[in-house]
Design a binder for this molecule. Structure first.
Ligand code: B12
Length: 616
């Protein structure tokens, strides 16, 4: 009995999907032949079945798994596809008892052997052509799919009508314009391929659909856009052995090489102090400290790490918070203990009076983050640890915060110079309160000087080796340490990664009660304490600050109402002439400088009108 086309498709799917070829598309010969020049026509009756076989990103893993590193051929993906499709054809013969007439390989370009695969995709209805990108675009996979083979069946009819009808592409005209410009640029330069321009051909595909969920993995992208057999072999090898791909197609930037050797040196010196544990948020900075190895940048060995800690400590105050997830995978990789403190936010808040007293602060931003650090340090203490490592300083010095990204070269340099003078980190104060020593490698003078010598291009830019349309800060650190698990993790402040962010998302809406309007609470607080509070969360922290100092602000070990140098919102002394942020109440800008004049004038005008309203 002659099988129905659908039985053939089903059998092919069963065989090919697990091998990564999961686009199996049936169509009638005529639909395709009508769209191609004579040389590409398939010599069968119009109603006969052809099956187009292709792949998306799911191909990569089965393909790599199938590779024998001792004998990779010159065209491994073509060879893999040919082997797997040939096996599927044999399987078809036993499964549904039908022979294929001919198999066309999409990589063949000789007349007679070649099919116009792009046109066949369109004839099947499964995707639409983008004139700007010169690729067909699938409703689910976007431009991230490819064709491998076409099977023809002389005795089987194809489907009566196309199985698919991809909707017309709807893409923002600005994106299309950018795609076209990038592709034109690639076409003008493509006659002169150099190792450094391999991303030129890739850019239009990324710009067309930035961060597409079906974008190929880094290794797969690099494989398809690389220029030599040798490079492709290196990519397969690194992919199979889970090694960094960073410097296979590109050489390491000078700044990354210098950064790596300096930080390796600083870590080696720090390691001599034998720290017991790391406060591990699992962000880029702590991931580098925990995982950096002594190997050179072009031959990264992930293990052993330079820093010999025995444990990583992480706080999770919300089941959704991500720090613990990254931290666990770092500890698993290093085979060290992961001390994950799962603690409800209510319990964590019990630390507020202590933290507030040690830091002499009721700044919500500071406290949301510092209660997390304090809890980690308490755990370190309980474990008997004497010395811990932190990632403090990397965000400030290497431009980790997103607001750095819009600054021009000059402003960025000036801002970092300034922040290097005023930055302070609560971990050392809190640790000192319990007799624990803190090592912060990014705060080493040599690292600070190095960071301040860098330019914007070293600090802010695209992901590498495969750009994905997103911009990252701390670029030089990311490029210097490919072995870091969190190499490309997006920046998350401690409060977000640990889960204390919810404190500023309405957690205190009913504090201290629901009856008193906030304006009354604010006016009362000012009348009693001469302190301007900004919201109910701020009031909560202020109350605990008061409690920490026995309900009398005179007990606070800071000058108050010193004319020149006090915060206009709380009256406490600003810590230094360079500081325009009140570390006690969190008011900013608490002092007018040339750099912050516009914001400071506005903030002062608002504050004056608020104070006037209290007098009414
Ligand atoms: C020749 C060819 C190219 C040439 C095109 C040069 C030219 N203008 O002649 C070059 C080398 C530039 C090329 C590049 C790429 N190609 Co190409 N290419 C082919 C190939 C082998 C034949 C196309 C053909 O001549 N068809 C016959 C004619 C009659 O049909 P056509 O529809 O008129 O074909 C035209 C278009 O396909 C067009 N075209 C195809 N690719 C490109 C790329 C650019 C930049 C331009 C301007 C035009 C263009 O040129 C053809 C001739 O005018 C097909 C495989 C195949 N067997 O069909 C893959 C194919 C079209 N290419 C493909 C891919 C993926 C690429 C690259 C991404 C590969 C890479 N890693 O760099 C780049 C595309 C860059 C981009 N657009 O972003 C895929 C498309 C998948 C999809 N989703 O649409 C195919 C189907 C291969 C496959 N295995 O799946 N390609």
């Amino acid at each position: 009995m002659i099988p129905h086309w659908s039985a053939i498709v089903k059998s092919l799917e069963t065989y090919l999907k697990p091998k990564g070829l999961d686009l199996i598309v049936p169509l009638q010969v005529g639909w395709y032949n009508d769209t191609v020049p004579e040389t590409y026509k398939i010599p069968l009756a119009d109603n006969r079945l052809i099956v187009l076989i292709g792949n998306n990103k799911n191909l990569w893993q089965p393909f790599v798994d199938a590779m024998d590193l001792e004998s990779i051929s010159d065209h491994p993906l073509n060879d893999y596809s040919m082997r797997v499709v040939t096996e599927a054809v044999e399987h078809l013969e036993t499964d549904v008892e039908i022979k294929t007439d001919k198999v066309y390989w999409v990589h063949e370009t000789e007349p007679g052997k070649m099919v116009a695969a792009g046109r066949m995709v369109l004839a099947s209805g499964m995707a639409r052509l983008s004139d700007e990108l010169h690729l067909s675009v699938h409703p689910t996979f976007g431009p991230w799919f490819a064709q491998r083979a076409v099977l023809t069946f002389n005795s089987i009819n194809g489907p009566d009508a196309p199985l698919y009808n991809a909707p017309p592409l709807e893409v923002n005209p600005k994106i299309l314009q950018a795609v076209k410009a990038e592709l034109d640029h690639a076409l003008t330069l493509s006659k002169r391929p150099t190792p450094s321009n391999w991303t030129l051909w890739l850019r239009p595909r990324i710009t067309f659909a930035p961060t597409h969920p079906y974008m190929y993995s880094e290794a797969q992208v690099m494989f398809h856009y690389s220029k030599s057999i040798e490079d492709r072999h290196k990519i397969i090898r690194a992919s199979k052995l889970n090694q960094p791909l960073d410097y296979i197609l590109d050489s390491p930037p000078e700044a990354a090489v210098a950064c790596r050797s300096l930080i390796q040196k600083v870590l080696e010196e720090a390691a001599a102090n034998k720290p017991d544990a790391i406060l591990l948020s699992g962000g880029l900075d702590t991931s580098i400290i925990a995982e950096a190895s002594a190997s050179p940048i072009d031959n990264i060995k992930a293990i052993p790490p330079i820093m010999p800690v025995t444990a990583g400590i992480t706080v999770r105050a919300d089941p959704q918070a991500q720090d613990a997830v990254y931290a666990k995978s770092i500890c698993d990789k290093l085979k060290i203990k992961h001390l994950c403190i799962d603690i409800p936010i209510e319990k964590l808040l019990e630390r507020v009076p202590d933290v507030s007293r040690h830091l002499v602060s009721f700044d919500p931003m500071e406290l949301r983050n510092s209660i997390v650090i304090y809890e980690s340090l308490l755990r370190a203490k309980k474990e008997g640890y004497k010395c811990v490592v932190t990632g403090d300083g990397a965000d400030e010095l290497f431009a980790g915060y997103s607001f750095y990204q819009s600054m021009d070269e000059e402003k960025l340099a000036a801002y970092r110079q300034q922040i290097a003078k005023i930055m302070r980190f609560t971990s050392s104060v809190l640790a000192a309160s319990m007799g624990i020593r803190v090592i912060s490698p990014f705060l080493d003078k040599r690292v600070i000087d190095f960071a301040l010598s860098l330019q914007k291009k070293d600090l802010i830019g695209e992901r590498s080796p495969v750009p994905n349309g997103q911009t990252h800060g701390k670029l030089v650190l990311r490029r210097a340490f490919p072995e870091a698990t969190s190499q490309w993790r997006a920046k998350e402040p401690i409060e977000q990664g640990s889960g204390t962010t919810k404190l500023r998302m309405g957690y205190f809406d009913n504090y201290p009660d629901t009856n008193t309007p906030f304006s009354t609470l604010q006016a009362d607080c000012y009348a009693t304490h001469r302190v301007v509070i900004r919201d109910r969360e701020h009031l909560y922290f202020f109350h605990h600050f008061l409690e920490a100092f026995n309900n009398d602000l005179n007990n606070v070990p800071l000058q108050r109402f010193e004319k020149e140098d006090s915060c206009p919102a709380c009256g406490f002394a600003l810590p230094s002439k360079d500081q325009d942020f009140c570390v006690t109440c969190g008011f900013w800008p608490a002092r007018t400088t040339t750099a912050n004049k516009a914001s400071a004038d506005k903030a002062m005008a608002q504050l004056t009108s608020l104070l006037d309203s209290f007098k009414l």
